[in-house]
Design a protein around this ligand. Structure first.
Ligand SMILES: *[C@@H]1O[C@H](CO)[C@@H](O)[C@H](O)[C@H]1NC(C)=O
Ligand SMILES: *[C@@H]1O[C@H](CO)[C@@H](O)[C@H](O)[C@H]1NC(C)=O
Length: 261
């Protein structure tokens, strides 16, 4: 065996091995990549997919590179302030999403778009949520936990809760920090049984009525003023006529001209 034969017989298997490793890394990027600050492991039986845990990682936003086969996603106890529209799009297997103990303030229409079919539990408790888009939870089949947030109870919240599958459970734990209705402030959302959406209509109706009444009052007072002014003029005119030297009276003429006015 020449040295060249020896070198070839050793290096060809090595080359093949190296090549297949490179190919594997290229073909399964999601399986080998875990977002920074997170731990990824295969979820316990019977779930098939990844258990991605990013709890307590000082995250300020939702990681953009979440593995597509994530079934459990723990994002709790971070500093996440916003859930952008379609933040979880593509995670078709996601069943549980925990966003509790963050700093989320508001939720837009498409925040959970793409999760309608798979999501079972969504934990949004202990955030700073004041308001949500009226369709933020529509078509989600998940149990949504929204307690311990500084809610502003208004028509949009009523509509958002109305569109949820497990709406009564969620609504039962909403405490109104502020509200369209004064007497609802600091009280549970369900304690006051008022349609907050019709309330808004009633307020605009009321404002309209007040404005119309204002205009009406202005017109009436102008008319009254005008009539008064004219009466005054007429009276002065009559007095002037009376003060004129009187002509010799015809026999059938009435005594006093003021009776006509
Ligand atoms: C997911 O991972 C966390 C920690 O990484 C573990 O505590 C938890 O039990 C796991 N859950 C499942 C269902 O695999
Ligand atoms: C989400 O995480 C918190 C801990 O930060 C935990 O108390 C809560 O039970 C979790 N929610 C769900 C639905 O697992």
């Amino acid at each position: 065996m020449t040295p060249l034969d020896l070198w070839l017989s050793r290096s060809i298997p090595m080359c093949l091995l190296l090549q297949s490793l490179v190919l594997m890394a290229l073909c399964f990027p999601s399986a080998s990549m875990c977002p920074k600050g997170c731990a990824c492991q295969h979820a316990d039986h019977p779930l098939h997919g990844l258990n991605v845990t990013c709890s307590l990682s000082r995250l300020r936003e939702i990681p953009p590179d979440l593995p597509l086969d994530t079934v459990l996603l723990q994002l709790d106890r971070n500093h996440i302030q916003a859930v952008p529209d379609r933040a979880f799009q593509g995670l078709r297997a996601l069943r549980r999403l925990n966003l509790s103990h963050n700093a989320v303030e508001t939720l837009g229409e498409g925040a959970f778009a793409g999760l309608e079919a798979s999501l079972e539990v969504l934990d949004l408790s202990h955030n700073r949520i004041v308001s949500v888009h009226k369709d933020a939870f529509t078509r989600l089949k998940a149990r949504v936990l929204v307690h311990d947030n500084p809610w502003h109870c208004d028509c949009a919240l009523q509509q958002a809760l109305g569109g949820m599958a497990h709406n009564h459970e969620a609504a039962a734990r909403v405490l109104c920090r502020s509200s369209e209705l004064r007497d609802q402030e600091g009280r549970p959302f369900l304690a006051v049984d008022t349609d907050l959406c019709n309330l808004a209509h009633r307020t605009t109706d009321y404002a309209m009525l007040v404005t119309m009444f204002g205009w009406f009052a202005m017109v009436i007072s102008y008319v009254v003023y005008y009539v008064r002014q004219n009466q005054e003029d007429a009276r002065r005119h009559l007095e002037y006529l009376k003060s004129l030297p009187s002509k010799p009276r015809k026999p059938d003429e009435p005594e006093d001209i003021t009776t006509v006015v």
